[in-house]
Design a protein around this ligand. Structure first.
Ligand SMILES: O=C(O)[C@H]1O[C@H](OP(=O)(O)OP(=O)(O)OC[C@H]2O[C@@H](n3ccc(=O)[nH]c3=O)[C@H](O)[C@@H]2O)[C@H](O)[C@@H](O)[C@@H]1O
Length: 462
């Protein structure tokens, strides 16, 4: 009996020891293999090896796991495919981390330090066409001054990319809207810039261009009347048409062909001015009218089609520089930051008649082409093709009114402005060649942006 009793006792001891050893081994196994892998921003990625020998990647912040668990089999040897999968998973985790942070309100984005204005000095300002080339630079200036800015754009020529650095800022709002339709919001000031400005863009759909500059302007003036806002209308040097007076003062009535290919824009802007003064007279709306001369700078579209972007891109690509006509026609080019200063000065002033905002330094187009080629340093040849119909032959603003009434005049020289613009287009080219490295490249002609846009659309559909 005693022997049997001793035997059972020993069996119990051996069994208990085996159980304890197994538990200890499991604990050791998990302890040895549980390891912290990586730190990602504010989050911590951990890898735990479970009893099924699968590695669970848990993502969380320092207060605990907040998200996902991905697995891959730890028994598999880390062949290339697995490493790639793991890298992809990590990249996905990073992206999810950003989204979670955004959803949790912990916005990790940093904005430029804007001025603080109190409720008395801070204005709520609407910029139509605020995602466009000029509009987005104006938005930057108004935001930095500490105002609340509402951008309205139909994205025909504007791009979200131009204002993306403000998206999420408490003073900024972006509305996808076409101003041909009424808009009901409350604002103190309106900068009405919405309209295509490049001849190739505004001639693409002339009826729409007329509607934007007539019906769209009525809608903005109506809004200004309803809420008592001051409104600045972006008019153009094109109201002078192909001028017979040189340089052009605001008192010159212009020389426009009312049925020519440019009429949709020229006459559209002339009606826009007429509407402004009709609303001012009849409805006591406070209006400001800026006649904007040729403007250039960063954020011009690669397919803009105007002379500055065309020549710079052609020179950077060592392609022929295409001069339309003999090249003796002239233009006067202002850098975009000068224009923005002119627009804000005009809005703030008590002067309500039209004001030319432009740089009076005048260039023949063929000399301008040589200047760009010299600055870029390429080997492009200058080529001459047919002149554009109704192309104004001379253009130079008389800026006496701006100088006396607004104490404004341009500061940026052509050399300085072109260098910044060339730098911008250089980066854009690098960006597009990088992202399109593996894509079919259609033979695009810079000189026809509308066809280019269509070709790109066809390519996307394929
Ligand atoms: O840049 C602007 O701010 C202005 O641009 C255009 O007016 P336009 O001066 O005709 O614009 P461009 O297309 O840049 O043409 C300027 C001159 O260069 C010539 N050009 C243009 C492009 C090109 O590749 N080659 C070329 O010789 C044109 O024939 C024209 O004589 C718009 O109509 C204006 O409203 C706007 O204010």
């Amino acid at each position: 009996m005693l022997r049997i009793y001793n035997g059972v006792k020993w069996m119990k001891i051996v069994f208990c020891s085996a159980v304890c050893a197994t538990i200890a081994l499991c604990v050791y196994h998990n302890w040895v293999h549980a390891k912290e892998l990586d730190m990602l921003g504010n989050g911590v990625v951990k890898v735990h090896r479970s009893k099924h020998l699968r590695e669970d990647i848990l993502y969380g912040d320092r207060d605990g796991v907040t998200a996902i668990s991905l697995s891959h089999n730890a028994n598999q040897k880390p062949v290339d495919g697995n490493i790639k999968d793991l890298d992809e998973a990590k990249a996905k985790i990073r992206e999810l981390e950003m989204r979670i942070k955004l959803l949790e309100g912990g916005n990790p984005r940093r904005f430029p330090d804007v001025k603080f204005l109190n409720y008395r000095t801070r204005k709520r300002i609407l910029v139509t066409g605020g995602a466009g080339f000029v509009g987005s630079h104006l938005v930057d200036s108004l935001m930095m001054e500490g105002h609340e800015v509402i951008v309205v754009d139909n994205f025909f020529t504007g791009r979200k990319r131009n204002v993306e650095h403000w998206i999420g800022h408490e003073n900024f709002e972006l509305i996808h809207h076409d101003i041909v339709n009424p808009l009901f919001i409350e604002v103190d000031e309106i900068y009405h810039l919405a309209s295509p400005a490049s001849p190739q863009h505004y001639m693409f759909n002339p009826v729409k261009t007329i509607k934007t500059n007539t019906v769209g302007t009525i809608n903005m003036l109506g809004l200004a009347k309803r809420v008592g806002a001051r409104v600045l209308i972006a008019s153009t040097s094109e109201v002078y048409g192909d001028p017979e007076v040189h340089p052009q003062p605001e008192t010159y009535w212009g020389h426009v062909n009312p049925i020519g290919p440019r009429a949709c824009y020229d006459e559209g802007k002339r009606v826009s001015e007429s509407l402004s003064y009709a609303y001012a007279k009849q409805e006591k709306v406070q209006v400001r009218v800026a006649r904007i001369f040729n403007t250039y700078g960063p954020r011009m579209h690669m397919n803009d089609g105007r002379v500055v972007s065309n020549f710079i891109l052609q020179a950077l690509r060592n392609e022929d520089i295409t001069i339309y006509g003999h090249g003796d026609q002239t233009r006067s080019f202002q850098y975009v930051s000068d224009l923005v200063e002119g627009l804000t000065a005009l809005m703030a002033s008590n002067y309500s008649m039209p004001v030319n905002i432009g740089n009076p330094v005048e260039y023949a187009i063929k000399d301008f082409a040589k200047k760009i080629r010299d600055l870029v340093g390429g080997r492009s040849r200058l080529t001459f093709s047919d002149a554009v119909e109704d192309d104004p032959q001379r253009r130079k603003p008389d800026i006496t009114v701006a100088q006396t009434q607004l104490h404004w005049q341009p500061k940026v020289t052509l050399q300085q402005g072109l260098k910044k613009t060339i730098d911008f287009f250089h980066k854009e080219l690098l960006r597009s060649s990088h992202s399109n490295r593996n894509m079919f490249q259609p033979e695009l002609s810079l000189t026809n942006p509308i066809l280019n846009a269509k070709a790109e659309q066809v390519e996307v559909k394929r």
